[in-house]
Design a protein around this ligand. Structure first.
Ligand code: ATP
Ligand code: MG
Ligand code: FE
Length: 334
């Protein structure tokens, strides 16, 4: 089964061809990072325009790379939410037209489910039930995965997403957009124990998150240092911030996995590319006797291969979308 998958929810125009949910035959990404960098973040209107320019060439390149023709495509999958409405609409309109023209089924995929399925792409047999920590630019969720059809959100952020916190702190440290990977690089030269930034545990046993207090603490720390004319070690700030985020994420993920008797832990989303988070989560999992899985780094951030994998499981149960499929910017996971 060859699924042509399309992703355009934010600032990457992506197309992939995935066979049987495991074999990535092409994974093409036109990133707009360079375009948005000068604004310090994604400008929705500009993103939509670039998606329109990129969508046709990206799909052609995916087919060429896979050595396939449109006639070899068995289904067309597309992200239809959550995301920027104008950006989503480009992918949705294109996918609908293509599915109609080819006479093949259309599959509407939830973007966060795509992030989760980046894990199943690499590890199709990862033991279920699993608890997945989804940490991306706009979301932070603990999700209980019972099987490929049933899932439940156990906890969410009450304010900023983990990736958003990385990006905002990176920005005040003077790092370019997107800040997460830059902050990780800077943190390598810093001491994670240098500054005791706060950990927001919330209520006892809560599986929710909050990162805005931590973000303010970092901003206040930098302001205060500037006011008293004290030299700041930016690498220490980055490392201490990163340690605070990782500690809370790892502790709550383990709490969720053990209380819900999960058989494995799956890390997903752009922030899952972070080495410190990967290392800490894996070692905490080992101590608890739980295997921890994470996708290869390039499949953590937005791509269409993950959408093609999620779509395959929907294809198996004939979970097809009507041609009236619409973009839903705040599409819920359940
Ligand atoms: P969402 O998936 O919630 O709609 P998004 O698609 O914009 O948001 P992703 O592509 O999943 O987000 O991830 C991008 C985020 O991941 C950014 O916030 C980025 O800074 C962060 N990120 C990427 N690499 C790293 C890293 N190595 N360390 C920390 N954060 C990272
Ligand atoms: Mg992006
Ligand atoms: Fe994403």
């Amino acid at each position: 089964t060859n699924i042509l998958a399309i992703e355009s929810s934010c600032d990457e125009t992506a197309a992939a061809i995935v066979s049987d949910g495991t074999r990535v035959r092409a994974n093409i990404i036109a990133s707009q990072i360079a375009v948005h960098r000068r604004f310090g973040g994604v400008v929705p209107e500009i993103a939509s325009r670039h998606h329109m320019e990129n969508i046709v060439p990206v799909v052609s390149e995916a087919l060429a790379t896979a050595g396939l023709a449109f006639s070899d495509v068995d289904a067309v999958a597309v992200t239809y939410g959550p995301g920027l409405v104008g950006a989503l609409l480009v992918g949705v309109a294109y996918a609908k037209s293509l599915a109609y023209a080819l006479g093949k089924p259309l599959i509407g995929v939830h973007h966060l489910l795509g992030h989760i399925y980046a894990g199943f792409l690499a590890y199709p047999d990862l033991p279920l039930p699993a608890v997945s920590l989804v940490v991306s630019g706009g979301h932070t969720n603990l999700v209980y995965l019972e099987d490929h059809t049933t899932r439940r959100i156990l906890g969410s952020t009450r304010d900023d997403a983990a990736g958003e916190a990385f990006d905002k702190v990176a920005r005040v440290l003077g790092l370019p957009y997107p800040g997460g990977p830059e902050l990780e690089k800077l943190a390598r030269e810093g001491d994670p124990r240098a500054i005791p930034f706060p950990r927001a545990w919330l209520e006892e046993k809560s599986l929710d998150f909050s990162f805005s207090g931590l973000k303010s603490a970092v901003i206040n720390y930098l302001h205060h240092a500037r006011q008293v004319g004290q030299e700041v070690n930016r690498a220490d700030v980055a490392a201490s911030f990163q340690a605070a985020v990782a500690e809370v994420l790892v502790t709550k993920t383990l709490l969720a996995a053990t209380s819900y008797r999960a058989r494995s832990i799956l890390l997903a989303g752009g922030v899952a590319a972070n080495s410190v988070l990967r290392r800490e989560l894996r070692s905490a999992g080992e101590q608890a006797g739980l295997p921890v899985f994470f996708p290869p780094r390039e499949l953590c951030t937005d791509n269409a291969a993950m959408i093609g994998c999620a779509a395959y499981y929907q294809y198996l149960r004939r979970d097809f979308a009507p041609l009236s499929l619409n973009a839903i910017p705040d599409l819920p996971l359940n």
